[in-house]
Design a protein around this ligand. Sequence first.
Ligand code: SF4
Ligand code: SF4
Length: 434
Amino acid sequence: MSKRYHGGIWLGLNKRPAIDRPVDELSAPARVVIPLLQHRGESAALCVKKGDRVQMGQPLGTDVKGISCAAHSSVSGAVYDITEIDHPIIGKSVAVVVQNDGNDAPFGYVPPERDAAKMSPDEIISRIKRVSIASACGPDYPLWARLRRMADFHIRTLVLNAVETEPYICNAQKLIEEDPEQIASGFYAMMKATGCVDALLAVSDDYGTETDDIRKAASLMGYELRLLRVPQKYPSGHEKFLFRVMTGEALRDGISPEEMETGFVYAEDCLGVYMAIRNGTPQITKVVTVAGSAVGNPQVFEIRIGTSIHDVLERCSLSFEPERVVLGSAMRGTAVDDLHTPVIKPVYALLALKSDGKRRQPARCINCGKCAKVCPQGLFPNFIALNAVNADFGACHELHIENCIECGSCSYICPGRMPIVELIKNMKKARVEE
Ligand code: SF4
Ligand code: SF4
């Protein structure tokens, strides 16, 4: 395999049976907890108080200056409480607790224009900002800010990144299979917003004929959606890895894809943009793969934002008491202890895992070098980890810790069970907080 595919690991994908089941809407819980911050950037400013009646889709917080967007209620009902939470993905945030009245009474939105072809790039980006689409795939800046940056850099290629190479995860594949026209339409709006001329659909090579309908829909809308199939080697879906696969070139230190005339969006982004332009409806749900060895009925669900992990798992018939619950994927996710933690916009997977019955040995590096072989960024994870243990940021910097994409391949392969990626994440976090 060429250097385009240097590093990474082959994982069992385990998409069945979720991939064979339709995307299902999970019923709304009795209460939702909506953090005002659900993306990188500034938190929304609270605009309701305890006891207020709110409708589904009504702002609970409004956007502020800078990179920000509003936070909307995912149910109708009454504001039960206003509190502060420390979310494992996004950190501390004010959160609004809404008691659901079960009516789903919608907040009124009447979009003035429903056709992206007749809207200017600025109008499209403003609409996307108003509906607060954020972070389809892990913590990131809001979609409007990402698109603005792509437009500023005059990107040439917009990539619909539907590569899924992590165990269980199949959100994009299901959405592309079920909603090809809507996704092609949302993608077209983003092409217009960024001014790009080249459209690429990137998928992992386990996709079958799902890509046919979306490419046909794109063609009927007047653009060609080129197809790139990439090996199911993890982390092919990571933007840096995918960029190298696409171009044969690595992104140099500190250079973003936009600076190389390339932007990445996701299937759920496209669906959100389609809904924003057609109906003006804000993002109040999240598409999440709920799976793992302790889940009896793995499936992709559309979940109201603010639903607790406990409420999600209760509706998914656990077949075992989970030993570990992970927000996100098995490779990059964050283990959570508090099952009251709400599902928010960056959450794309929820895994409940039973015990593997193995006794845990103390972590120890045996200098086998396997971590360096699998690192897609060409780093020496073992040396970085050892320096991270000693809190020696200078040495970690020399070893290019900033280039680590936190894919977890090193920790996965390590026979010494060294928590390499945790050490790296903690080191980076400590540095930022200094
Ligand atoms: S894979 Fe683990 S044991 Fe091997 S060199 Fe890396 S850290 Fe050490
Ligand atoms: S050092 Fe970072 S980029 Fe390299 S394998 Fe480990 S987590 Fe991935």
